[in-house]
Design a protein around this ligand. Sequence first.
Ligand code: PLP
Length: 220
Amino acid sequence: MTSKLETVNQNIHSAAIISDRLGSDITLVAVSKTKSSDAITAILDEGHRTFGENKVQEAAGKWPELRSLYDNVELHLIGPLQSNKVRHALQIFDVIETVDRPKLARAIARISAEENITCLCYIQINLGREKQKAGIDPAEADSFITMCRDELKLPVIGLMCIPPADQNPTPYFSQLKEIAERNGLDKLSMGMSSDYETAILCGATSVRVGTAIFGARSFE
Ligand SMILES: *Cc1c(COP(=O)(O)O)cnc(C)c1O
């Protein structure tokens, strides 16, 4: 029987081929928020190693032990980060996808230096300018990216977005790609269970997929 993970990987592969890339060019971040260590272990046992969590505390409760059992795990923070949790986040995560304001960027730069840790960063853009969502206003994206890279020397590798729900995501995905291209950034983290193939066709290099791999979440 084909597992959910295999199905997602096959769909990623097909979408990559259509957009003149290889499935291996696309990173699948398996979003394991709210899922038990047992559920995550099943995915690790299928050979998958890249995961996303949205809360520092929850990740800290699951991942140190899982990392001790499995090599080469790469963990991405995909939820909002408070400045006072940066030090803890840097101990748990390899990639922070949600750099979304100057205060946080400064805290990551300062504490990474103090701890001598390099944590790759994505800048989150609030393309729909939604009040309830985190992210930099698209009009301020260029200056924020410049500040993070040139002034703070953060290892910024790309951009991340969560488009408004219940809207066609394509224009948002295309806009994220435009902002990345004009700033010389290669990586685009966009697309979730409902739209990861569309995101790949629009240039995503990384998709964040939870439900389609783990099944529905019972709580957020
Ligand atoms: C939960 C979450 C996802 C995964 O959503 P699914 O619809 O379950 O695939 C992706 N990105 C972010 C930022 C999330 O919080």
